[in-house]
Design a protein around this ligand. Sequence first.
Ligand code: BEZ
Length: 210
Amino acid sequence: MSIKLGDTAPDFTQESTVGPISFHSWAGDQWVVLFSHPKDYTPVCTTELGMLAKLKAEFDRRGVKVIGLSVDGLPEHAGWSKDIEETQGVALNFPLLADSDRKVSDLYGMIHPNADNTMTVRSVFIIGPDKNVKLMLTYPASTGRNFVELLRVIDSLQLTAKYKVATPVDWKQGEDCIILPSVPNDEADSLFPIGYKTIKPYLRTTPQPA
Ligand code: BEZ
């Protein structure tokens, strides 16, 4: 099955470092980042998981739960977690799914056989409180991700879920937003009483809604 934006994130039950997880009930009504990494005891993954653990408070502040996955088992996760703490200076503070039967990897299309038939690629799924998939990223094993960029994207997703705006290139929290082209000017007048700038009829900017 190939997952597309707007689809319901498939539900599953799988073992994890915090016990068996039933995904939808674990997610509750929060945003979720579900990500895969290729393999335990590998260098890039070690740095990625350390960075995510360091940024966990930023995900918490945004009401986002984080959960990782690889096709390794619980004993590997347990041993590798100690290495992450030792080398990255931070203990894992989010669950890792032990997907050795590939149940979740197959469900989410995280194994790309023409890249590698045995390991997951670096997939990211951001799932909204409505359980719909809001964003997907796929990186190859050789390229570590930028999780600060993920926080920036979450800020945009959460803002645009609430207001009729989009966010421009490289937008960051607090910067001007773009009024959706589907919003006519008379509606924009009432939705954005603080005002907006019309650069072109299709390009209208407004201060970030509160
Ligand atoms: C790594 O995490 O370093 C890695 C994993 C699989 C292939 C290449 C690199």
